[in-house]
Design a protein around this ligand. Structure first.
Ligand code: HSE
Length: 292
């Protein structure tokens, strides 16, 4: 038997659509696997009633198939589905690490990224790796066709999750198919600023680089109360605020001393829009942990 804790993640970070991602210290999924003749899946925890246990419809079933590693798999969800916090990616990453150990497959974490991304294709239709990469590798990750760059960072974060459901498919549907050169120029500048900020563990520089004129404004429209939440977070010390992944979670970067106030302000602002929410006061954390 093998047990793995795989963290939630936040993708895009505004200016890095489908490229940037980071691991959150919390919340996380816990995946337990045991050898079996064929794969079966059971799911408990947050939002588990919405997750299919049929291996053909579950991201984790796709991972077991890809690794040719049949198992009895139990997923204890800590990351709510359709949250924008990489819920399916956490399960896929956890299963990939656990099955790799169970069958002594000896794949590296980097090699497991493409395996886990296949699981993602089941739920979003696209095998993008910007959530599975940080869940497997930890820290801040840059995923391109050329490979993955990983940076250890430890910035303080607040991920505020409203009681709204936004599916990744719907959120991808509002992304524009063409953009102006001016918007591309602005986004490239911001993305470069953010990446340097991560390398320096500098919350001001990271926040400065999170603005994105292309994707985030369209997706913000799908989140009741977003503008008020963003303003409230910035007024209480957040250095940058954006939609986490496909939403509806909202991610704020801040200094450790401001984290509690930022979290409270974000919850209050959602309240004002009649939306219940909870806030994870967290930081950039490590990748999936295999319990020996
Ligand atoms: N980069 C993806 C998106 C992450 O924003 O659509 C969602 O899983």
């Amino acid at each position: 038997m093998q047990t793995v804790r795989a963290p939630a993640t936040s993708a895009n970070l505004g200016s890095g659509f489908d490229v940037f991602g980071l691991a959150l210290e919390s919340p996380a999924d816990v995946v337990r696997v045991e050898r079996a003749a064929e794969t079966t899946i059971t799911v408990t925890g947050v939002g588990s009633t919405y997750i299919p246990e049929d291996p053909k419809s579950n991201t984790v079933g796709a991972v077991a198939d890809a690794l040719d590693a049949p198992a009895r798999i139990h997923i204890d969800k800590g990351v709510r589905p359709s949250s924008g916090l990489g819920s399916s990616a956490a399960s896929a990453a956890g299963a990939a690490v656990a099955l790799n150990a169970l069958y002594d497959l000896e794949y590296t974490r980097e090699e497991l990224v493409s395996v886990a991304a296949e699981g993602e294709a089941l739920v979003s239709g696209v095998a993008h790796a910007d959530n599975v990469a940080p869940s497997l590798l930890g820290g801040f990750t840059i995923v391109t066709d050329e490979g993955i760059t990983q940076v250890d960072a430890s910035l303080s974060l607040v991920a505020c999750l409203p009681e709204i459901v936004v599916s990744t498919r719907d959120a991808r549907g509002v992304v524009p198919s063409s953009v102006s050169l001016a918007d591309v120029t602005e986004t490239v500048g911001n993305a470069a600023t953010l990446a340097v900020g991560m390398a320096r563990d500098d919350p001001a520089l990271v926040g400065q680089g999170m603005d994105d004129p292309i994707v985030t404004p369209r997706r913000a429209d799908l989140i009741d109360g977003y503008d008020g939440v963003r303003t409230a977070a910035l007024e209480t010390g957040a250095t940058g605020v954006t939609v986490s992944g496909a939403g509806p979670a909202v991610l704020a970067v801040c200094r450790a001393d401001d984290r509690r106030a930022v979290a409270g302000a974000m919850i209050d602002a959602f309240d004002e829009a009649d939306v219940e929410s909870r806030a994870y006061q967290t930081r950039i954390g490590s990748g999936a942990i295999l319990y020996e």
